[in-house]
Design a protein around this ligand. Structure first.
Ligand code: FAD
Length: 552
């Protein structure tokens, strides 16, 4: 985990800049009233923090050293702070403020499954708390120890379990260790001509085990499936021993234990390995940009694509505010870019009758043989045209594909300037998406008005399914002068989340429950549903040693 920022997203030294994006500073000033040149409040230096000392008992330390080797047991202050939380807005603000009510007492890095078994045994013997740690990219408060936890807290970092162990080429299944980060996992598969095809925006800093434990979804889920679809077999070290879910293609063997582990956020055990679907690297991969007259047209086109025989790898359409934001983040355009863009705008306005303020940008990805890609592009093109849209070529799609892993750095850029920015995402049936979109916009803008702040709220549809899709909302606002950023953030976040469940949508499509979304669990699952989850967790972990306080 060397180099991971303790106060923000990504690696030390990598930062977002507005300087190569000439339209961005004016855009931000106009939409939320922020002058990006205002004095920044950067995070404090690490040495300025008051880091509480580790409370690790000597006996437990000795047992952990026996389990994983002394060099893989760390009570270093920076290590403990990096492992204290994930990367939700609340996490980052409190890290920057140096608020550490309860840090892990120790970080251990087991090198194989036997070592994980020994760590779990040592923790249970000492009645300690275990928190599995993958990439630390949780955005729902899934990693922080409870503030009042009196027992020793062990963060179990799986980073050394990072190998692809075997590929069954006939079954197209790969056995992969749970601590493999996205790039490491794909590099090993790609070297042998295979891919998992799971690309969350956090890909560079998240792991297979973390994806499974949060029910993650990647940008190409339309073709490859969510991690829940990709995962077939599992090995999980639990308080009752090693849980093995064999990689059946399907099974009628009672309630699905595989599904119980998916989304379990470290509360049932530590996943050491998974057997997952893999596919041959595609011969061809292209992401095309499209423009639609309105968001409603874009939604209708995505719905028709899902209902058609086509199976693109990516279907994504931004609403008008997100489209305008995307255009504002373009790098310095060349003279040719400017001429082309002016010609396109004139064409859209005068020939196609677009109201440019309502126009929506979409990306649709295709993969497979050259023939397959050509056929799908044609069929999708017809659906897009039926909804008034048109293709604008591969340029915008390539740009999106390149910058998608850089965009997360913008949140720290805004936070340095005192601005709160975050996301909330959900899923609902196709028939409900427009009503949901309107309700969330009303709730979000209502919250901005209640606070008396200028805020920005934007949305895109991504991850299409047979019956519906995910709507992903991003919001940003400049808090009131002297106001408490986190208290005001909670007003906006809660309004949006409440609108989700009030509309019958889920509390999260792929960011998990953690502590951030736990208050909406009963409204999402019903009271008996929550009782089932509580019973499962209590039965699997009677001592509440595994990541207590998350989900319920
Ligand atoms: P961690 O954050 O380390 O842990 C998350 C939870 O899983 C914790 O409860 C932890 O205890 C548990 N866990 C981790 N490893 C194991 C294990 N081996 N065994 C048992 N439990 C374990 N999510 C998406 O799905 N799609 C996205 O596009 C996406 N984009 C994001 C962009 C940004 C900028 C950020 C900050 C987050 C994003 N996320 C996204 C959320 C996050 O990346 C996912 O939840 C991810 O799956 C977490 O993986 P991780 O390895 O970082 O897990």
């Amino acid at each position: 985990m060397a180099g991971m920022k303790w106060w923000g997203w990504g690696l030390d030294g990598v930062e977002f800049s507005h300087e190569d994006k000439p339209a961005l500073a004016p855009f931000i000033r106009e939409r939320i009233g922020l002058d990006v040149t205002r004095p920044t409040v950067p995070p404090p230096r690490f040495e300025q923090l008051d880091v509480p000392p580790s409370r690790l008992p000597d006996g437990l330390r000795a047992a952990l050293e026996r389990a994983v080797g002394a060099e893989h047991v760390s009570v270093d202050a920076l290590d403990r702070v990096v492992h204290a939380r994930g990367k939700s807005l609340r996490d980052l603000v409190r890290q920057r403020r140096g608020e550490f009510p309860r840090l892990p007492d120790v970080v251990v890095r087991p090198g194989d499954e036997d070592a994980v078994v020994a760590v779990v045994r040592a923790a249970l013997d000492a009645d300690a708390v275990l928190i599995p740690f993958g990439g630390g990219s949780s955005i729902s408060g899934s990693l922080e120890p409870p503030a009042d936890e009196a027992r020793p807290v062990i963060s179990v970092d799986l980073e050394r379990l990072d190998r692809v162990l075997a590929i069954d080429e006939h079954a197209r299944l790969a056995r992969i260790q749970a601590g493999a980060l996205g790039p490491r996992l794909e590099a090993q598969l790609n070297a042998r001509g295979w891919t998992l095809g799971h690309y969350p925006d956090s890909f560079t800093h998240s792991t297979l085990g973390g994806w499974i434990a949060t029910r993650s979804s990647g940008m190409q889920s339309d073709r490859y499936g969510d991690i829940a679809d990709l995962t077939r077999g599992l090995r999980v070290v639990t308080p009752h021993g090693l849980l093995v879910v064999r990689p059946h293609p399907a099974a009628s063997n009672g309630p699905s234990v595989r599904e119980m582990v998916l989304g379990s956020e470290g509360r049932l055990g530590i996943i050491t390995e998974a057997t997952v679907h893999v596919r041959r690297l595609p011969e061809r991969r292209v992401i095309l940009g499209y423009l639609f007259p309105t968001f409603a047209d874009g939604l209708a086109a995505m719905r028709d694509i899902a209902a058609s025989e086509c199976q693109p790898s990516v279907t994504r359409v931004s609403d008008a505010p997100e489209t305008q934001f995307s255009f504002a983040t373009r790098k310095r355009p060349t003279v040719l870019d400017r001429l082309q863009s002016a010609a396109l705008r004139a064409y859209l306005r005068h020939r196609k009758g677009f109201d440019l303020s309502q126009m929506c940008l979409s990306f649709i990805g295709y993969e497979g043989s050259a023939r397959h890609v050509a056929r799908e592009r044609k069929a999708v093109g017809r659906i897009v045209a039926r909804h008034g849209g048109l293709c604008v070529g591969a340029g915008p799609g390539e740009l999106y594909d390149q910058k998608k892993f850089d965009t997360p750095y913008i949140r720290d850029f805004l936070l340095d300037r005192g601005v709160a920015a975050d996301v909330s995402e959900t899923a609902a049936p196709w028939s409900e998406l427009e009503r949901l979109y309107d309700a969330v916009n009303a709730a979000g803008h209502g919250a901005f008005a209640q606070l008396g702040v200028r805020g920005y709220l934007m949305c895109h549809l991504s991850h299409s399914y047979h019956a519906g899709a995910c709507l992903y909302f991003t919001f940003a606002f400049d808090p009131t002068p002297g106001g408490d950023l986190l208290a005001e953030y909670a007003v906006v976040k809660r309004a949006i989340q409440q609108a989700f469940v009030d509309c019958g949508a889920t509390l999260s499509h792929h960011h998990a429950v953690g502590t951030e979304h736990a208050e909406w669990l009963e409204q999402d699952l019903s009271a008996p549903g929550v009782r089932l989850v509580e019973g499962l967790l209590a039965g699997a972990d009677p001592g509440r040693n595994l990541n207590p306080g998350k989900i319920v």
